[in-house]
Design a binder for this molecule. Structure first.
Ligand code: PEP
Length: 263
């Protein structure tokens, strides 16, 4: 296969300046330079990215930084976008990745598939790798509509991109009903949905791109279930919420990725 594993932490709206620096330092102490075969990424809240970046730069760490969202435009001149954070600002903060289309942003901020697609395009134009989230509600899941639903989200997000850009992008399948709930789909289902997403990428951009794109699972991924999820054929790693706020739990998941993901 040859896809490099990814373990990404989404800290959401947690921490203080001091606790974010402490957590980054603990994660750096456990994970830095020990896992060259895994892309380890932390996505702190915007306000703490610089503090975390300072920790990693002091340690000359190989842990990478991401943001949790971005504004969809990069206007010329005075940017009339109060309260937003631009792609240039993320570059300035040394972010190499950015989560887009997280279900919490879709729900709380009313972000549509089309808006997410604009963010994906903008990030790629500025050299930042998007972590594109998709995932269905419990209702859709129960009605058997998961593949159709997430395929619609991903199709819109990728439409019009170049094959090269799609190959370097990351997709995260995160069922909404699994996020922060302790509920997790059975491993066969996770693999089947991720395989369907890869199939869609194949249909849109060909086999080479489908084999290159990395697809993560997210939603209550913990040290206790990592051994069931990470070895799945179509899963290239995890997007971790709650468990990324605990350095030991996060490290345990990284260790599972190293042991279980044969790439
Ligand atoms: C997330 O919000 O991206 C996530 C996966 O959260 P959790 O791991 O807490 O379910």
């Amino acid at each position: 296969m040859g896809r490099k594993a990814v373990i990404a932490g989404n800290w959401k709206m947690n921490c203080t300046w001091a606790s974010s620096v402490r957590l980054a330092q603990r994660i750096s102490d456990c994970c830095d330079k020990k896992y060259p075969d895994i892309d380890i990424i932390l996505c702190p809240p915007f306000t703490y990215i610089k503090g975390v970046a300072n920790v990693f730069s002091f340690d000359r760490s190989d842990i990478q930084l991401g943001a949790q969202n971005v504004y969809e435009e990069m206007p010329e001149g005075i940017a009339a976008a109060t309260g937003q954070v631009s792609v240039e600002m993320l570059k300035d903060l040394e972010c190499s990745y950015c989560i887009v289309g997280h279900s919490e942003c879709r729900q709380h901020n009313g972000e549509s598939d089309e808006l997410v697609a604009r963010k994906v395009k903008l990030l790629l134009e500025h050299g930042i790798i998007p972590i594109i989230c998709c995932g269905e509600s419990l209702e859709v899941n129960k009605a058997g509509g998961t593949v159709e639903f997430v395929s619609g989200q991903i199709r819109t997000a990728l439409e019009g991109l170049s094959a090269t850009d799609v190959a370097k992008s990351i997709i995260a399948y995160e069922p909404i009903w699994a996020i922060g709930t302790g509920e997790v789909p059975i491993p066969e289902k996770i693999d089947a949905i991720c395989a369907a997403i890869r199939g869609l990428v194949r249909e849109m951009f060909g086999s080479e791109v489908a084999e290159a794109v990395r697809i993560l699972y997210g939603g209550s991924l913990k040290p206790a279930n990592a051994h069931q999820i990470l070895p799945l054929e179509n899963v290239d790693g995890g997007l971790i919420g709650g468990a990324s706020l605990d350095a030991e739990d996060f490290h345990d998941i990284v260790k599972s990725a190293k042991e279980l993901m044969k790439r």
